[in-house]
Each structure stands twice: as C-alpha cells, then as structure tokens.
Design a binder for this molecule. Structure first.
Ligand SMILES: CC(C)(COP(=O)(O)OP(=O)(O)OC[C@H]1O[C@@H](n2cnc3c(N)ncnc32)[C@H](O)[C@@H]1OP(=O)(O)O)[C@@H](O)C(=O)NCCC(=O)NCCS
Length: 220
C-alpha cells in the first residue's frame, strides 16, 4: 500500500513506492526503491503530456470510444490546464505512472473528478488510490465539501449495462453488481458512495454511474 511520507502543500506530496511484498521484505525494498511523487502536471512539459496521453489511451482502450487515438487523449490532457481545473500526475524517477484531473463545479462547493487513469502495467499498486487522496486534499483546501464523478458503463461490466433502467433506475443502482471489474468498485474502496445513475448517458443501455464523497466540512 502507498503511504504519505512527506507533504509539501501546493507542491505535491512524496509517497512511498507501492510494495506488494511480504512484511519481512517491506523495509528493505522500501529503502532501495525510489519514491513515487504526485505533482501538478506542467503545461510546458511536453514529454510528460505525451506520457499521460499514452496512459489515457492504453488504460481506456476497449472500454470507451472517448479516446480512439493518442491525439484525442492528448487533447483531453491539454484541456486539464484550463481555468478552474487541477491536473496531477504520479511519477517515479520522472516517468509518469498515472494522472488525475479535477474540475471546479457548483461554485466551488463540489469538484468533479475527471479523468483518472493509471498505467495498466502498474495497476493494483495503490497509485490510483493515492491520486484520489491527493485530489481530495487539494479540493478540500480550496473549500469544497464534495468530490464527485461519473463512471460510465459502456461495455456491460456492471448489472446496469445493457438493460433498461426505467422506470426505477435507483432500484437498479441499489442492487448493482459487477461480475468482472468495473471502476465503481475502485471508488467504493476509496470511500465514495453511489449517488445516482444517468440512464442511457452514452447511448441505450450505457449508463453513467454517479458517485460522491465528502472531502471537507467548509461551511457546515
Ligand atoms: C481505476 C484505476 C484508476 C484504479 O487504479 P489502481 O492504481 O489500479 O488502483 P489501486 O491500486 O489504488 O486500488 C485501490 C483499490 O481499488 C480496488 N480495485 C482496484 N482495481 C481493482 C480490480 N482490478 N479489481 C478489483 N478491485 C480493484 C481494490 O479494492 C484496491 O485495493 P486493494 O488493491 O488493496 O485490494 C485503474 O484501474 C485504471 O486506470 N483503470 C482504467 C481507467 C479507468 O477506468 N479510470 C476510471 C474511470 S471513471
């Protein structure tokens, strides 16, 4: 699991390298391996932008038509530099391992998490969870109470895909299952709640599953 080793507000945080070893090996490996660092993606860092685009393309390939090529993935990365956005990367020895974006919404009370992708070669190492935790901290610092997201089911990886959710979409949502793996389970593991579903958001039988998490107590 990843753990925060040090934090520098505004500059990002240094986190321990993910380790999936026996407890006995853990200390030695942790000492040997370099740290994974989460920082803001620099709009002038063309090499990092290209790496992020590659990760987006690879991570979503086969699951959504949103980024059919590297050019569309790169355009998505460049959109993350707009006003009211956050764009953060996890890096190890300079190489990008994952990317998360945040979009200010609802007058700043809530931020949308969009997008999130981890290098498929580095899944299940805690990098996604660390990126989400980093974004939670940043939006809470900006006064937000809520981080939310939509996670599409475009390829029937959940019980909500490929069926007509009307007349009671919330009943379907309450009984959601996923025989294989769908990222809503990742977000549940990160402490998000299922808060809604938009039937047919991506075409008939392809819903968007809405999730949210309280990240701050501003104004309460
Ligand atoms: C979703 C995604 C970002 C998760 O990143 P990750 O670094 O692999 O996730 P983590 O290692 O931090 O996993 C945290 C927890 O989520 C759950 N989880 C993650 N991947 C899982 C999988 N394939 N199967 C079951 N549970 C999973 C587990 O509970 C895991 O904790 P554990 O490993 O201690 O059991 C990654 O799978 C990805 O990039 N997917 C493709 C793009 C995508 O779907 N993005 C989200 C769109 S909304």
């Amino acid at each position: 699991m990843l753990g925060h080793r040090d934090r520098v507000p505004g500059l990002g945080c240094v986190i321990e390298t993910p380790i999936r070893r026996s407890p006995d090996l853990r200390a030695t490996v942790a000492e040997r391996q370099p740290a994974v660092e989460i920082t803001s993606l620099d709009p002038a860092d063309e090499a990092a932008i290209a790496q992020v685009a590659r990760i987006v393309f690879d991570a979503f390939r086969g699951h959504t038509p949103a980024w059919p090529d590297l050019a569309s993935a790169e355009a998505e990365v460049r959109e993350s530099f707009a006003e009211g956005r956050l764009s953060r990367v996890a890096r190890e020895n300079g190489a990008v391992l994952g990317w998360i974006g945040g979009i200010r919404a609802y007058g700043g009370h809530a931020w949308e998490l969009h997008p999130l992708a981890v290098d498929p070669a580095r899944h299940r190492e805690g990098i996604g969870r660390a990126l989400v935790g980093d974004l939670e901290r940043l939006v809470a610092e900006r006064g937000a109470t809520t981080l939310y997201l939509g996670t599409d089911d475009e390829d029937e990886r959940t019980s909500l895909g490929g069926v007509d959710l009307y007349p009671d979409p919330l009943a379907h949502l309450a009984n959601i299952t996923s025989p294989g793996y769908h990222p809503y389970r990742f977000y549940l593991a990160c402490g998000f709640s299922l808060v809604g579903v938009i039937p047919d958001a991506n075409g008939p039988g392809r819903p968007d599953i809405l999730m949210a998490k309280r990240v701050g107590t501003a104004g309460r």
